[in-house]
Ligand binder design. Structure first.
Ligand SMILES: NC(=O)c1ccc[n+]([C@@H]2O[C@H](COP(=O)([O-])OP(=O)(O)OC[C@H]3O[C@@H](n4cnc5c(N)ncnc54)[C@H](OP(=O)(O)O)[C@@H]3O)[C@@H](O)[C@H]2O)c1
Length: 293
């Protein structure tokens, strides 16, 4: 078995590679099949997903059975400014992946986002709900999904949200850094979603990848909250002495609109490999206990 992971230096890509190499996960045992797998992690310098020829060469040489595409342009506000680059990476990158995986007969696991939805729902979005993205990041990621469905047959589209992991920048680390030195912080209280520990997500991606239960999956931490509630829990678990003030999103004046509600329901996981995603508070507790801060 050969597994290729793009975005190897990103939050999720690095966690998947770590899990594949060590077989270690605080949720459950990694399937033994993976422990003898040959793994190739690629970053932009080795494999630029916007370049189809480069992709044909690297994937052709390695000839993977499974490709996990975590590479993306993930800065939501920058996507509004650099719209063509977002289009190239998030949409055309996904298309290139799909085309080459199909040529090689490889399974493709392609990562997507809760931001494909507009936020008008009042209950968690299921896989059958229609996307209607409201910002460039969401629109380009959604087109990437469509391309993957159009150009490959053995694909899993995995939508997740509000990721935090040991590598790279994320909300949990940002709040910890601020709260350690400030008396109070302001955090938005009008966006609801699902915090997701990348360890849980990586574990489920690897479970799903061994099956032939192709299709769209929602894969997020169980239970929903606002960013304000998320920040309060981070501070409580760290025992920081910092007050959190709830504010409205418009007070931040950010470039990209965000959906006010983007909670996802893991229906497809429940109906296939089992939903073992932890409650977000439990997964956060494990992360905070383990992080070197
Ligand atoms: N982060 C979240 O909260 C979140 C939420 C929902 C869904 N997702 C999705 O989950 C996936 C993983 O997210 P993440 O948080 O792990 O992202 P991340 O930490 O930003 O990692 C993405 C990686 O992709 C690389 N990349 C960018 N352009 C590339 C290109 N042209 N070719 C090859 N690699 C390229 C980046 O490299 P450079 O840094 O060098 O540019 C980065 O290492 C993404 O598909 C994302 O859309 C993320």
């Amino acid at each position: 078995m050969k597994v290729l992971v793009t975005g190897a230096k990103g939050q999720l890509g690095s966690e998947i590679i770590h899990m594949l190499k060590t077989g270690s996960s605080s949720i459950g045992k990694i399937n033994g099949t993976y422990l003898s797998a040959e793994i190739l992690g690629t970053d932009k310098s080795i494999l630029d997903i916007t370049n189809l020829n480069n992709m044909r060469k690297i994937l052709g040489e390695f000839d993977p059975n499974i490709v996990i595409n975590t590479a993306a342009y993930t800065n939501v506000d920058d996507c509004e400014v650099n719209q063509d680059l977002a289009f190239k990476i998030n949409a055309i990158g996904g298309k290139n992946m799909a085309v080459v995986c199909e040529e090689l007969g490889a399974k493709l696991i392609h990562l997507s986002t809760d931001y494909v939805f507009d936020g008008n729902c009042k209950t968690p979005y299921r896989e059958y709900d229609s996307p209607s993205p409201i910002n460039i990041y969401g629109k380009t990621k959604y087109l990437g999904e469509l391309y993957v469905g159009q150009f490959s047959t053995r694909y899993f589209i995995i939508r997740s949200s509000w990721l935090y992991g040991y590598n790279g920048k994320n909300f949990v680390k940002t709040i910890m850094k601020s709260a350690a030195k400030k008396d109070y912080i302001n955090v938005v209280d009008d966006q609801i979603g699902n915090p997701t520990n990348v360890e849980d997500l990586a574990y489920h991606i690897l479970k799903v990848a061994l099956t032939e239960d192709y299709g769209i999956y929602h894969c997020t931490g169980n239970g929903k909250c606002s960013w304000f509630e998320f920040a309060c829990k981070i501070i409580e678990l760290n025992k920081f002495n910092c007050k959190v003030n709830p504010i409205e999103s418009k007070a931040l004046g950010r470039i990209a609109k965000r959906p006010s509600y983007s909670s996802l329901d893991n229906s497809m996981l429940r109906c296939t490999v089992r939903d073992e995603m932890r409650q977000w508070e439990d997964a956060l507790r494990v992360f905070i206990n383990n992080i070197n801060f």
